[in-house]
Structures are given as C-alpha cells and as structure tokens.
Write a protein that binds this ligand. Structure first.
Ligand code: PLP
Length: 376
C-alpha cells in the first residue's frame, strides 16, 4: 500500500543520519564535496549550487507528495516560476490568467516579453476564451486556480485538453492548494509549482519555491539546467526549515480550511459585506468545477465590502487578531488591501481585502471580524 500524505510528509526525504544516528537531519553548509582519488564523487555531490543534501531531501519529499517524477527547489516561488518561462524559446507563446499573482505577471511583462515571449492574458474561468487564444506557437499554459486575489476557478482538465491540441505544456501554480488538495497530475497537467514560502514552510519565516514535473523530459531538463546554472536555489537552512514545515502540512491544512470555511460563511451573511470570493460557497460562479477538482476549498478568501475602499481600510485598521501584512499560508491570520500593494495598474477592486486564514481558533477570528465590521 502506498503511504498516505500524512506519512509521506513526515518520512519522504528524511532519514536517520548515517554518520551520527541523529533523528533530525543535519544541515550541510559545505559548498563543496571531496572527490575520490579516481576523480569520482562517492555520494554524488559536487558543488552546492548544483546539488546539496538538504535540497535533495526537500526535492525528494515534494516529489513524493505531488506524485510526479522529479522536483527542483528554488530560492523563491517567483524564481521557480521564472525558470519555467526561461525554458521557453523567444517567439514562443504563453497563456496566463487575467487574475494571478501580480509579481509573476509583472516579471513576465517587464522582462520576458521584451526578450521575445509572446503573452496572452485570458479569463481562464471561461474555456471558450482559452480556446480562442490557443495558437500554433503556444508552448505553455500557466494556470493559477483559485486565482490571486479574485479566487477565480479554472477547469484544469478542460484547459489541458485545449493545450494538448497544440502540444503545449500546462503548469499550475498550486501555492494556494498544497499537496493533496488539487491533484493536477491526475487532471493531466505537466508541472506543479509552489511558492513554498507559504503553506509548505508554513510559518512565515522562509522564502522558497518548488517545481515538480510529471515527466523528467527534455523540457524539464532545461528547467533543471536553469536551476543549477543560475543558482537561484534555497540555502541548506531554508531547505531544512521547509522540510520541517512540511511534516505538519496535512494537519495544518485541516485547521486552515476548517477556519476559512467558517469565516467565509460568516462574512457572506454579514450585512456590510458586498461579496465573498471563496470557491467553497455555493454563490461562487465556478463552485461546481471547484467541487469536482478540489478535495477541499483552501484557506484563502477575498471579501468585498459595501462602502468602497474607505470601508475596507477601516475594517483592516480595526482588526486586532488579523495582522495587516502581505503574504499567506502561515499559522497567523493575515489581511491585506491588495489594490494598494499592487499599485496604480491594479485591476483588483478597491473594496477588496484578501484574507489568509490562520490557525487561531475560528471563534476568536470571527469575533474579531465582527467587532471590526461593527465599527464601519
Ligand atoms: C499564488 C502565488 N504564486 C507565487 C507567489 C510568489 O512567491 P514568492 O514570494 O516566494 O516569490 C505568491 C506570493 O505571494 C503567490 O501568492
């Protein structure tokens, strides 16, 4: 029997240290590794930019959790995403969602497009729109579902079918849906990316990114080449912290999701709330697709306030337990006025607050939201 997620999260990539019998793995800071007299490398490690034992352990673990053939760890989620686009050729066409993590979209537009990437931004919650943008030179479709910050849902299997008609790869940014929540390989996608900064590491104290590929094919080899030769890799300590975080990931996610569902329902019924974007609510336009492809609806939600930007700012200011800060996926609840961090080009509604629901007790979180909403 294949071990279940909880078991893999604790054991995959973790071994008793052969040299000392330490149960918790040591951190290997050495940048270089000794050769044998015959020139060979007895443990397969040469130089830490290309290989490091802590990174290998993290990559082994994430491969086991996602179920692909190989993984590569990076120094940030953005560096991981960048490596995928770097593996394309100038003149290749990529499709991205019209709602997605703004930092990656900015990077693509400001750096990759001037270098020859052809880019289309598409409402991926509508398969017809994706179909209309598929071209003979489409090489990559980048999915983010639920999307950041509007929680739009993409039918992954539907997009895969369209992409495959021209031989394009499909990569999913699964940062908001940690392993076990959205099986993108089973739905036909080729690659899964995580900003491990978020739920995987889980404690808002380490930056990182991972990519996992269903097949270790030629496209994957190009990505690994970029990883090893550019060196945007996590430090051994970053890998160790992330692997430690992953050990509790399945249990943390249960708490995150339970709290998020309760908060989404509370907010959806509140008279001062215009709309809650959360795929677990029946009112979500793609609730049925989400139900089909997700085993739970995640712990991120956005709330749009009646009373515009002023009301949103007042609620954020009045909260005591929720911290006003960017990022997500840590044990503490965070709230953020997205439009102001995304800047003047942002299409995010000004009355929107994005919430990363943490692991405090849900009653305390709801009481905090209630007192803040009462002040508006
Ligand atoms: C969905 C998503 N993808 C990627 C990233 C980028 O991750 P990092 O900040 O580690 O580069 C983020 C960060 O907020 C995110 O929310």
């Amino acid at each position: 029997m294949k071990p279940k997620l909880e078991t893999l999260a604790i054991h995959a990539g973790s071994e008793i240290d052969a040299a000392t019998a330490a149960v918790t793995s040591p951190i290997h800071l050495s940048t270089t590794f000794e050769r044998n007299a015959d020139g060979s490398f007895p443990h397969g490690y040469i130089y830490t930019r290309s290989h490091n034992p802590n990174r290998a352990a993290l990559e082994q673990c994430i491969t086991a959790l996602e179920g692909g053939e190989a993984s590569a760890a990076f120094s940030s989620g953005s560096a991981a995403a960048s490596a995928v686009f770097r593996a394309l050729e100038p003149g290749d066409h990529a499709i991205i969602p019209d709602d997605m993590y703004w930092g990656i979209r900015k990077l693509l537009k400001q750096v990759f497009v001037p270098w020859g990437l052809e880019l289309s931004e598409v409402d991926m919650s509508k398969l017809d729109e994706v179909k209309a943008h598929i071209k003979a030179n489409t090489r990559l479709v980048w999915i983010e579902t639920p999307s950041n910050p509007m929680l739009k849902i993409t039918d992954i299997a539907g997009v895969v079918k369209l992409a495959k008609s021209v031989g394009a790869k499909v990569a999913c940014d699964n940062t908001w849906t940690p392993p076990g929540m959205q099986p993108v390989f089973a739905l036909g996608a080729d690659m899964v990316m995580h900003a491990s900064t978020k739920y995987l590491a889980g404690h808002s104290d380490v930056l990182g990114g991972t990519l996992t590929s269903r097949e270790a094919d030629a496209f994957w080899e190009r990505i690994v080449f970029v990883q090893k030769n550019e060196g945007a890799v996590p430090s051994p300590f970053d890998c160790w912290l992330t692997l430690r975080g992953i050990k509790t990931l399945p249990y943390r996610m249960r708490g995150h999701v339970e709290n998020a569902e309760a908060i989404a329902h509370f907010l959806a019924e509140h008279p001062k709330v215009e709309r809650v974007a959360y795929p677990g609510l029946k009112s979500h336009p793609n609730h049925e697709v989400a139900k089909e492809q997700m085993s739970s609806f995640g712990a991120m939600l956005s709330v749009l306030l009646k009373g515009g930007e002023g009301a949103a700012m007042e609620v954020a200011a009045a909260l005591k337990l929720f911290t006003r800060a960017t990022s997500l996926g840590g044990v503490e609840s965070l709230i953020e006025h997205r439009a102001s961090i995304e800047g003047p080009d942002s299409k995010t509604p000004k009355n929107l607050l994005r919430v990363s629901v943490g692991l405090e007790h849900k009653d305390d979180l709801i009481a905090d939201l209630e007192q803040a909403l009462n002040k508006v």
